[in-house]
Design a protein around this ligand. Sequence first.
Ligand code: ATP
Ligand code: SF4
Ligand code: MG
Length: 329
Amino acid sequence: MTALLEVKNLTVNFRIGSAIAARLRGQPPPDLKAVDNVSFEVERSESVGIVGESGCGKSTIAKAIVGLVPITAGSVELDGQPLTEKRDKATTRRIQMVFQDPGSSLNPSLTVERTLAELLTVHKIVPKKEVPERCGELMDLVELPRSLLPAYPKRMSGGQRQRVGIARALALDPEILIADESVAALDVSVQAPILNLFNSLRRELGLTLLFISHDLAVVRHVSDRVVVVYLGTVMEDGPTEQVFNDPRHPYTRALMAAAPKFGVKKEPGKSALTGEPPSALDLPSGCRFRTRCPLAQDICAASEPELVESPTDAEHLVACHFGWTDPRT
Ligand SMILES: Nc1ncnc2c1ncn2[C@@H]1O[C@H](COP(=O)(O)OP(=O)(O)OP(=O)(O)O)[C@@H](O)[C@H]1O
Ligand code: SF4
Ligand SMILES: [Mg+2]
């Protein structure tokens, strides 16, 4: 059966610096490989988490899916149909995004009701006379009191603003919701109720969720499957509990060692990952994680590992030469 969303060998390059300066230097302008040959599938009503350090390409994957950045190679398919950057309104409605910063993503001069009503009207989601009632229903869905409809964003808390951000995405009745670092800007105490809201929306509306975070503990709370990304490439992909119980990639293990339990503040400086990731403009040969990997061997510099299925479970994939064997054997 075709997955609802399929990301196939997705590559997104950004051209860095000016073409004129590069020509004067006699070299082509460099390309930054923000996303490099990424593939994964999302089934209908599934929740998939994308996790990795800052700058690994998570947001670029999301933007390519919603058509906000051009795709260099590969494709994004919805119900088996490749999506182009230019999309009609009906296709745009099917995938909506909730952004990180609820403060700056809402228009400060519009009340909550105006924000929601404008979307409902422009996209003709319901007849005009039903718009006020639909605004109220959206507030119910995100568990905000309807009495906040006349409020402006600046009068609301961070958690309330993020709920309005979610209501705004839901206004278009999407099938897929992409949440990009949607709790990162919130206090730890406010994160859990918002994550629980994502879970209940999935259950009630049958929503498909792509949940992006740098925080493995947060991703675990809302995802059926986890895709671990390092420097633009997938390192591990598998059912959430399996990846957490038996992480096979050294990078996943390092992220797990660095992540405290959900709801516990991270101790400053506590990280099992040493050093900075290399520049995406100058990737190491072979395995791109080798410069930070405690298990690296000669073969790791010579050849890039492919994503390989577990011998016992086709759902669990790892891109490491020793993902399913011990490097010392
Ligand atoms: N418009 C752009 N032009 C040039 N480079 C970009 C652009 N957008 C992103 N990049 C680069 O692409 C890489 C991936 O960035 P991206 O924002 O997707 O990472 P991320 O995983 O979402 O990071 P974060 O966790 O900090 O949000 C980074 O090296 C970033 O600097
Ligand atoms: S392929 Fe080698 S360098 Fe890369 S993660 Fe595996 S052991 Fe480490
Ligand atoms: Mg990002």
